[in-house]
Design a protein around this ligand. Structure first.
Ligand code: FAD
Length: 358
């Protein structure tokens, strides 16, 4: 097994700087290595930071072969979809296998054009470090902050945009706001963990086509039986200490529901700061970066985007997932080298997109 050496031992100049060590940043790093291009890779947090904040034992909705990277198989002992823990372990194994030297806990805060290069400023605990690179790839994801309801009481300490360790909710009255996979999965998990769960969703019915088929029968059954309190068809008016005021979308009536914890599982927003400061234009309702679909290059020559970062802030109907971003890696390597040598992830994606979504 290769144990990665500390990145500070490496040169400060490279051909490519990758911002983001999520699955796509890592997949790109391996492809650059295979293509003999030098690179630096930075993450604001740990490797796979986005996945690290999922609640313990959360499972991917995607099948393992769709979220595997670099052609390295992802298998689980029971053939089930990988959990957060299994996937983080897998990401670290890939980083070790390919001897990636990742600058973790080094948020990149500035990318400045400097002639034919970019000056990339990373901020590890010891203070800013400036690297130079001929190209920069922003693989920064799109889930930096929980989406806000913009209502009174949202900043109270018992309101949270993240599902935590389910045990902490035992015996608590938890109101979950949202009606898609994350909210439904949280409702089911907390119900089974011994919480008294209520579910508020602003649509008059649950969006069944947006809920995974294995979650739907159970949530419908529990709502119908009243074991999860059914507040589908309500909007949240105000959050108070210990209670939430809900308005019916049918008749406008207001009900106050007791809640010790409130989970706002209504999606996440992309932090646009780095994109904007680097001069990348944003467009459309999701404020997604402007880029050429053939090359992944943005309006700033030499700056590329990859992975879910390409989609901006996705609305409730997420369309861009890890599983349909693998080809970004090949497009970037092909554009940088003029050679489609990487090929592995593209071929792999073609293979998996030919299958029905699981
Ligand atoms: C509960 C849950 C379940 C999900 N299930 C699925 C699923 O089943 N299938 C699926 O495809 N997707 C799923 N997703 C979405 C999944 O998280 C993304 O598809 C995947 O993480 C995208 O990979 P990425 O590499 O594009 O971005 P990310 O994994 O988000 O990686 C981006 C990285 O960039 C880093 N970064 C950001 N800004 C900076 C900066 N300025 N400097 C340095 N680093 C920075 C972040 O710390 C992060 O590590 C799920 C999400 C949630 C919340």
């Amino acid at each position: 097994m290769n144990v990665p050496t500390h990145p500070s031992a490496t040169a400060l100049h490279s051909q490519v700087a990758i911002v983001g060590a999520g699955p796509i940043g890592i997949e790109l790093a391996v492809a650059l290595k295979r293509a003999n291009l030098t690179f630096q890779i930075f993450d604001a947090g740990s490797v796979g930071q986005t996945i690290s904040w999922w609640a313990p034992q959360t499972r991917w909705f995607s099948s393992n072969e769709r979220i595997a990277i670099c052609g390295v198989p992802l298998t689980t002992l029971d053939q089930a979809k990988a959990t957060r823990e299994q996937y983080l372990n897998y990401l670290c194994s890939v980083a070790q296998q390919f001897d990636l030297q990742i600058h973790s806990y080094s948020p990149v805060t500035k990318i400045q054009s400097a002639g034919d290069r970019f000056a990339v400023t990373a901020n590890p605990v010891g203070g800013p470090e400036v690297y130079s690179a001929e190209s920069v790839v922003l693989a920064i994801g799109g889930t930096d902050f929980p989406r806000k309801l913009k209502i009174e009481g949202e900043d109270l300490p018992h309101v949270d945009g993240y599902l935590r360790e389910p045990h902490r909710y035992f015996g608590r009255r938890v109101l979950i706001i949202g009606g898609r996979n994350s909210a439904i999965e949280a409702a089911l998990r907390l119900h089974h963990a011994g919480a008294q769960v209520s579910l508020s969703y602003r649509g008059s019915e649950l969006p069944e086509d947006g809920i995974k088929y294995w979650l739907l029968p159970e949530i419908k059954g529990l709502l119908k039986a009243g074991r999860i309190a059914n507040w589908v068809g309500t909007t949240v008016q105000q959050i108070l200490p210990g209670a939430v005021r809900l308005r019916s979308v049918h008749d406008g009536s207001i009900t106050q529901v007791a809640a010790d914890d409130v989970l706002t599982l209504i999606g996440y927003e992309q932090d646009k700061t780095l994109l904007r400061s680097a001069g990348v234009q944003l467009t459309g309702p999701t404020d997604r970066p402007v880029y050429d679909e053939q090359t992944m290059q943005t309006n700033v020559p030499g700056i590329y985007v990859a992975g879910t970062a390409t989609a901006g802030t996705q609305t409730s109907k997420y369309k861009t997932f890890l599983e349909n971003c693998h080809s970004h890696v090949d497009k970037i390597v092909t554009h940088l080298t003029g050679d489609s040598a990487a090929g592995v992830s593209r071929a792999y994606e073609d293979q998996i997109t030919a299958q029905p979504e699981s």
